[in-house]
Design a binder for this molecule. Structure first.
Ligand code: UDP
Length: 252
């Protein structure tokens, strides 16, 4: 968040990239893209490119980190060195540790962790190209990857940010909007229970603006939830088709 008088984020009622105030960037999700992970998903969201991979449930190591009554959901968010214009120094930093923690906590709200005591479910989020909104993209992809891994969950978490630019509440801030806007509010949402599982705010909003921003983000999350489900449906139908073709070839 910052201000730069030279940059006009809204012109003739439209945003810099031509979007309406409540319009998402284009989102595509593909489930089951990695052979060696138990579950995976690849997401493109505007210019963001994010891979999520799930391993587990498997025995938690180190053992002192085990929970006797439930599994631990251990997400690790990482930005590739080449994902941003200025090379990102490899390895964890304060920001990635924070994002890993809040993604883990958001996913724990939907995973039936009590089914797997002493286990860990590892969720790797690799940001290959970043352009604002990667924590929301990462969480959205991760929950599809968990479902792809067959982990029992109450619902898929969908995530999207809203915020404020030039005094206007808008959905899904792009890179310049994130840099030069006035507020950014990432939201994680569980549609089935109507629960919020992630909420942060950078910048300032009035109470009315906050309400508007939340409504916008939740509506968008419902739309994203549809895209997530479609990705899983597509994955499942392709798998069935492949199995049928294999059976036919083998004369089963
Ligand atoms: N960013 C960057 N270098 C960094 C961290 C972030 O260039 O080390 C960029 C990246 O495009 C990211 C954006 O700043 O998407 C916004 O970062 P923020 O911390 O707000 O998280 P995000 O919006 O990605 O969840």
């Amino acid at each position: 968040m910052g201000s730069n008088k030279d940059i006009e984020l809204i012109e003739d009622g439209k945003r810099m990239d031509g979007r309406e105030f409540d319009e998402l960037r284009e989102i595509t999700i593909k489930a089951g893209v990695l052979k060696r992970a138990d579950g995976s998903a690849y997401l493109e969201w505007g210019k963001n490119k994010i891979m999520a991979a799930v391993y587990g449930p498997r025995e938690m190591h180190p053992r002192h980190a085990q929970e006797t009554r439930k599994a631990v959901v251990r997400a690790r968010y990482n930005m590739a060195a080449f994902s941003v214009p200025d090379r990102k120094r490899p390895g964890p930093d304060r920001r990635s540790i924070e994002i890993s923690k809040l993604v883990s906590e958001a996913l724990e709200k939907v995973v039936f962790t009590e089914k797997y005591p002493r286990s860990v479910i590892d969720v790797f989020i690799e940001v290959l190209q970043a352009s604002a909104g990667t924590r929301c993209g990462g969480l959205t992809a991760a929950s599809v990857a968990l479902a792809d891994a067959g982990i029992p969950m109450s619902d898929l978490v969908a995530s999207c940010a809203s915020g404020k630019i030039e005094g206007q509440v808008v959905l899904d801030l792009g890179k310049n909007e994130d840099n030069y806007g006035q507020a950014d509010v990432p939201v994680g949402y569980i549609p089935r229970s109507d629960d919020i599982c992630l909420l942060q705010m950078d910048g300032n909003l009035t109470e009315e603006e906050y309400e508007e921003a939340m409504d916008m983000a939740i509506e968008a999350c419902k739309e994203i939830h549809g895209i997530q489900r479609e990705a899983l449906r597509e994955r499942y139908s392709t798998e069935l088709k492949d199995e049928n073709e294999k059976d036919l070839a083998e004369g089963v």
